[in-house]
Design a protein around this ligand. Structure first.
Ligand code: GLN
Length: 510
């Protein structure tokens, strides 16, 4: 097995045992990126927008020196990581997938970046994403789409298609994603990777380029449940720089994953969400979902159906609250302080410059959401739209509270279908929005969620995902149940679910 095929936990163990150096691990991942990213000639995944080979190798060398001195900073010290381009990284370009931020080099680190550096993980680079994290296919990136490692003619999901494709293609075992309505979990389902949206406020948002502040959450993207737990513990915890940060410590997640992997779910109550079933869900996704439910029962879980009636309004509420918040957040891109500036001919006013810059700098989906949000927040319509949406949000929170009186975790498929063809839905915003039916309620209520691969579709051979949701600050439950199912599925499929062309012998793409 080559170095890139090790999980992060295995890489950490190999480092601790002195079997490998961080420089070797980092170089192996950089080689895989060089062999498979290749956006310049239109071949390759385009999962990275920026690769920092020199910086990563210098960080790796420093990590090796620490280990040689017997003083690693963290269990994951020396394990390389990729970061979604939505998070500020001092000295590394940060664009949020937008032309308006092309060339911006943040003068500071976001808190999660700072934690990663403080733990000694070499940063490989920044991953591609839908512009300002708006999308479900990564086709809204100003820097071109990302290809799905399972099939290069398919989308990798969005908005975090870059992080998901990077992890799925063994360019990195660890990546950071952001999830506002599903952007960690849905790409996880599309690429056969694990993705976690932590409890709102438990991972700092300081230094995240905001999409919708009340929904955004950073989280781990990995190939195993244990790796997500390790990364989640590393990035979580209270941060005085984020006013919505929760004061609770984020611990016990890796222990929960290890406990779960032992395969005993006796006494765990699992609720199938009644509202996340039906015609919208494709047969191959449902087939794998039902198989996973049987496995959970076999592990001793008690499975019941639970109704959360307001979920049917979640999508409508989300597409008012999100545009409202993003129309306000994006107002700062005014071409005056930083980012793109387009100066029209003649004697333009400041307003003319702003208009020309925003016209050139923002893509269609971003403009669409600014328009919707500005409309929803206008004085005549505020109560009718934004106010109503906030009421639905309260109902959804109440539904969760009631459901979690009956069960420990909720379960549904992560996304209605497997990955579709690049271009197929590019001009159909609504078709993209509908992909997040199952993921959005968690963001509206602030509860944590995990997506893990549930198998491979019997129709198109592409991966399918299953999602678990837990009460606020009970993220550990996701890791216990997720790891139990993951272990059972690995046994059933004979190997971890992974992109065939990349999972083999480390030879890169097919
Ligand atoms: N697909 C959703 C959207 O376009 C999710 C975005 C996200 O989670 N960042 O808004």
């Amino acid at each position: 097995m080559s170095l890139i095929h090790l999980s992060a936990a295995e890489q950490a163990a190999a480092l601790a045992a002195g079997e490998v150096t961080s420089v070797e691990l980092t170089q192996a991942h950089l080689d895989q990126i060089a062999a498979t990213n290749r956006p310049e000639n239109g071949v390759g995944l385009n999962s990275f927008l920026h690769v920092d080979a020199e910086g990563a190798l210098a960080q790796a060398a420093a990590s090796d020196a620490r280990r040689a001195a017997g003083a690693p900073l963290h269990e994951l010290d020396g394990v390389p990581i990729a970061i979604k381009d939505v998070l500020a990284t001092e000295g590394l370009p940060t664009t949020a997938g937008s032309k308006i931020l092309e060339g911006w080099i943040p003068p500071y680190d976001g808190t999660v970046t700072a934690k990663i550096k403080a733990a000694g993980l070499p940063i490989l680079g920044k991953t591609n994403m839908d512009e300002f994290a708006m999308g479900s296919a990564n086709e809204n990136s100003a820097y071109g789409p990302v290809k799905n490692p399972w099939d290069h003619t398919r989308i990798p999901g969005g908005s975090g298609g870059g992080s998901a494709a990077a992890v799925s293609s063994f360019q990195a075992a660890l990546a950071i994603g952001s999830d506002t309505g599903g952007s960690i979990r849905q790409p996880g389902a599309m690429t056969g990777t694990v993705g976690v949206k932590p409890t709102y406020g438990s991972v700092s948002r300081y230094g995240v380029i905001a999409l919708a502040n009340s929904l955004d959450q950073l989280g781990p993207v990995t190939r195993t449940v244990l790796d997500s737990a390790l990364l989640h513990e590393l990035i979580g915890g209270h941060d005085p720089m984020d006013s919505t940060s929760v004061a609770t410590a984020v611990t016990g997640l890796a222990d929960a994953a290890r406990q779960g992997a032992a395969g005993d779910l006796a006494g765990v109550r699992v609720g199938i969400v009644k509202e996340l079933q039906g015609d919208a869900w494709s047969a191959p996704v449902v087939e794998r979902f039902e198989e996973s439910i049987e496995i959970l029962k076999g592990l001793g879980a008690e499975v019941v159906e639970v109704s959360l009636p307001s979920f049917v309004h979640a999508m409508a509420a989300y597409y008012l609250i999100l545009p409202a918040e993003c129309s306000s957040n994006l107002a700062k891109f005014d071409a005056m302080r930083y980012g793109l500036r387009v100066t029209p001919d003649g004697d333009p006013s400041a307003e003319d410059v702003m208009r020309a810059s925003r016209d050139a700098g923002f893509g269609n989906e971003v403009k669409r959401r600014i328009l919707i949000g500005t409309y929803a927040l206008s004085s005549g319509y505020y109560d009718a739209y934004y106010g109503q949406a906030q009421k639905i949000r309260t109902l959804i929170i109440e539904d969760f509270t009631k459901a979690f009186e009956q069960v420990d975790v909720l379960v549904s498929p992560t996304a209605p279908t497997t990955a579709w063809a690049l271009g197929e839905k590019a001009d159909d915003p609504l078709a993209n929005y509908l992909q997040d039916l199952a993921t959005i309620p968690a963001n509206l209520a602030g509860v944590p969620g995990i997506s893990i691969p549930s198998g491979v579709s019997s129709v198109d051979g592409l991966p399918t995902g299953i999602q678990f949701l837990a009460p606020v600050l009970e993220d550990a439950r996701l890791y216990r149940v997720g790891a139990a199912l993951e272990a059972a599925l690995t046994k059933q499929w004979g190997a971890p679910i992974a992109a065939p062309a990349y999972a083999g012998n480390g030879n890169g793409e097919a």
